[in-house]
Design a protein around this ligand. Structure first.
Ligand code: ZN
Length: 256
């Protein structure tokens, strides 16, 4: 089987000194491509460097809502212009996070909108992080559509978001979160979401799937996530693996 990890952070300090070994391990189970996702200027730059160094790595650059105020959208644009190696495939992770910080909602919204505009200008899709903020995420995406594709990462379905995804043909990514107990409530939404709009991710080093909670997550765990997804979608694992892999290439505009 062949896998595309659409969301990982080998630019995280937890992987300092072990990136090469970890990536080799992942390739050995069939992982073919990995997106490293930035969350501020430094991690975005590191994602680009990894994409220079490893042929299987692509970069997504942007400012996470928790890093609001730490760098500017102009700096991200500058990074793109100075270091574009043809492997920067999206702007992300951008969005809203009301779980960790609730007192700067307006700044978060402004930063989110500015980065959607940057993505439109650079003709790139966006990778969205939304936590405890589904209604505001819904409203912003409706009013400020990303013209080159929208992917909702670590997707936690709600009535509003699933409607938005289906109506606008967005893509959603499931990771370790679908192996957690509370994911049982996802079933009715899983039935509504077409497989053609789903990809998989790990969010490595975070969110390891059950039964590996408490360990450092890596792309090697994608088979566990895919298997769980196949269970929810009542589909054959092999067939689903081909579909989500193809969806990933299409979404990030990667020509094999
Ligand atoms: Zn992430």
């Amino acid at each position: 089987m062949i896998y595309y990890d659409t969301h990982a952070h080998y630019n995280d300090e937890k992987f300092n000194g072990i990136v090469e070994k970890t990536l080799n391990d992942c390739m050995s189970v069939g992982v073919k491509y990995i997106n490293n996702i930035g969350y501020n200027l430094e991690s975005s730059r590191c994602a680009v460097e990894l994409s220079n160094e490893y042929k299987e790595c692509y970069a997504v650059i942007g400012i996470h809502p928790s890093d609001v105020g730490k760098c500017t959208v102009d700096e991200i644009e500058e990074l793109y212009k100075n270091f574009n190696n043809g492997k920067i495939v999206a702007i992300g992770e951008i969005g809203l996070d009301y779980y960790w910080v609730k007192d700067n909602k307006e700044e978060q919204k402004k930063l989110f909108i500015e980065q959607i505009e940057l993505a439109n200008k650079l003709k790139l899709p966006i990778v969205v992080h939304s936590r405890d903020a589904s209604l505001d995420t819904y409203l912003i995406l409706k009013e400020h559509p990303a013209k080159y594709g929208t992917l909702l990462h670590c997707f936690s379905p709600t009535e509003d978001l699933v409607r938005l995804v289906i109506e606008n043909n967005y893509t959603v990514a499931f990771g370790g979160n679908i192996t957690y107990n509370r994911a049982k409530s996802f079933q009715k939404y899983m039935d509504m979401l077409p497989a053609s709009q789903i990809v998989i991710e790990t969010d490595a080093p975070y969110l390891p799937p059950v039964p590996l909670r408490g360990t450092i997550n890596t792309s090697k765990n994608l088979p566990i996530i895919l298997e769980k997804l196949a269970e929810y979608k009542h589909m054959d694992v092999d067939e689903l693996s081909k579909i989500v892999y193809r969806n990933s290439l299409e979404f990030f505009n990667i020509k094999e």
